[in-house]
Write a protein that binds this ligand. Structure first.
Ligand SMILES: [Zn+2]
Length: 188
């Protein structure tokens, strides 16, 4: 983990504060990324909660993700087998959950689209998007944002799709989302 300290003015009371900016983080910080706590601080003076948004590089043994909300990070070669770029916090969080559960993000995006197409038109109107939301022993869960509801598929379904899918090699720090995944997967 490495961080720099940066001077900042509280947007509420304008008091000067010094915030920690975590530029490179590891597995130990995952919980605080998922809870968003790592991006939060409290103003000493007025106790206002400050939520920051800045680039972060998460580096683990098996994968690494560059979170680049401002599209300013210069990308180099990755040292891991699986590297990704995320431009929104929601994508960053979902990507971490997928990889921490040992799943393939391209297959997950494929399943999200499949599940989306199973939802009836009336319900779909109220759903903004589907997001991977974790797994238990035999099911993968997806939250339907907009209607506060989870749907699921059997893990066996995931495994069947994965074994049938032909997945293209993914370059360093590719951006894989609900749109771009289509460039990387073909069903046999
Ligand atoms: Zn303040």
């Amino acid at each position: 983990m490495s961080y720099i300290k940066q001077d900042f003015r509280c947007p509420n009371c304008k008091a000067k504060m010094r915030l920690k900016i975590y530029s490179q983080v590891s597995k130990e910080q995952i919980d605080s990324i998922l809870s968003r706590k790592i991006f939060e601080d409290i103003c000493d003076k007025c106790k206002e909660k400050i939520v920051l948004n800045y680039p972060m590089h998460l580096l683990t043994e098996n994968y690494d993700i560059i979170y680049d909300p401002n599209e300013k990070v210069e990308l180099t070669n990755s040292s891991t087998k699986c590297s990704r770029l995320c431009k929104t916090y929601e994508d960053f969080k979902e990507k971490i959950m997928i990889f921490e559960d040992g799943l393939n993000d391209i297959v997950i995006e494929f399943i999200k689209l499949f599940l989306w197409e199973q939802i009836d038109d009336d319900t779909r109107k109220n759903i903004t998007e589907l997001r991977y939301d974790g797994k238990n022993e035999d099911k993968l869960f997806f939250s339907c944002l907009g209607i506060a509801k989870d749907i699921f598929c059997e893990e066996n379904f995931y495994l069947a799709i994965k074994s049938r899918a032909k997945i293209k090699k993914v370059g360093d720090y590719a951006l894989i989302d609900s749109d771009t995944f289509k460039n990387y997967i073909k069903m046999r």
